[in-house]
Design a protein around this ligand. Structure first.
Ligand SMILES: [Mn+2]
Length: 330
């Protein structure tokens, strides 16, 4: 007997849903629209199937997403008498990414891991991993199809948010014919693309944009301009207090330089000597492999990790790793 983790298909997920009655759904800490949108849409589907379900995440409902419909309660801890039979995780590559929820989830008899990250650790009892899916939201859409349920307007909105975010507004290579078909179905169900894009991309404060200008003015790059990066020391973050949206989109700017193959952002965390690193590539450099060298992961064109060390120490380690990966291109 080996303990080799197993991969499963949508069939086992459907069977697990049919077999049980009481569920919880969780996502990663600081959830993005894919993690939260796919999780809430899944919870809504479960509710429509007559199941008991709650969404429980570390931190509960993030204030930035207060406009998201909440088809079921979103809690920051599991009620004592909940007696959950199966816990879903959406868009979670490794259980520790659920933060404070990790222990709770590990104690549930059945864990269903639904994800599209190539770096997924298959930590569930049921692991439905589809690295070709554009978003976990796309996978949850297939669950709606499997149960013969058309998404309601609210569900369609949640899934559309997930897909728009993870396809970079249908700009990335994962914007497949299937994704466009699904997006069409979701718009037909009542989603307003203009409302979505305004909620996702036009919520900046004046300070956020000035912060962006300040940070971009100090962008660094290698002499060949194939690697570009931004650095956010804790003092800068304390002074500007940038919103989460602007913070998370920063890394797209160095990537948008024409000659750049790989970009990253170093964000110093307030506690300890921890630096959060976000990587992006134009699709030729595998930044999942780069992040994996530091215990992180993600997708081949978008990944992240956390490294202990001072900002200059982390910069030189990260830059060396990215340089190596870019060198392989020639
Ligand atoms: Mn995702």
């Amino acid at each position: 007997m080996t303990n080799k983790p197993k991969r499963h298909s949508i069939k086992q997920v459907v069977e697990t849903i049919r077999r049980h009655k009481r569920f919880m759904v969780s996502a990663h800490v600081n959830p993005d629209p894919d993690a939260l949108g796919s999780g809430l849409a899944l919870a809504s589907l479960l509710k429509r199937l007559g199941k008991q379900v709650m969404v429980v995440t570390d931190g509960g409902m993030p204030p930035a997403f207060n406009y998201f419909p909440k088809p079921v309660p979103v809690l920051d801890r599991l009620p004592k008498n909940a007696r959950i039979e199966a816990a879903f995780t959406t868009d979670v590559p490794i259980l520790s990414r659920t933060g404070k929820m990790a222990e709770t989830i590990a104690a549930v008899p059945v864990v269903v891991n639904i994800d599209h990250h190539i770096s997924n650790y298959l930590f569930g009892t049921v692991n439905w991993l589809d690295v070709n899916a554009s978003a976990t939201g796309e996978m949850v859409y297939y669950l709606f199809e499997a149960f013969g349920k058309k998404p309601t307007r609210d569900e369609a909105f949640l899934l559309y948010m997930a897909i728009v975010t993870d396809t970079g507004s249908f700009r990335y290579r994962n914007s497949t014919p299937a994704v466009h078909r699904i997006a069409g179905e979701l718009i037909a169900a009542g989603v307003d693309p203009l409302y979505v894009s305004q909620k996702l991309y036009e919520k900046h404060s004046v300070t956020d944009l000035k912060f962006l200008g300040h940070v971009l003015a100090q962008m660094r790059y290698t002499p060949d301009k194939k690697i570009a990066w931004l650095e956010l020391p804790v003092s800068l973050l304390k002074r500007w207090k940038p919103g989460p949206e602007i913070r998370d989109e920063l890394v797209n700017y160095p990537r948008s330089v024409e000659s750049v193959e790989a970009a990253f952002v170093l964000r110093q965390e307030s506690v300890d000597q921890k630096v959060r690193v976000s990587f992006r590539s134009k699709g030729r450099v595998d930044v999942n492999a780069v992040a994996a060298r530091f215990g992180g992961g993600g997708h081949s064109a978008a990944s992240g990790c956390t490294i202990i060390g001072t900002l200059p120490a982390v910069r030189s380690r990260v830059l060396a790793a990215v340089r190596q990966a870019v060198k392989k291109l020639r």
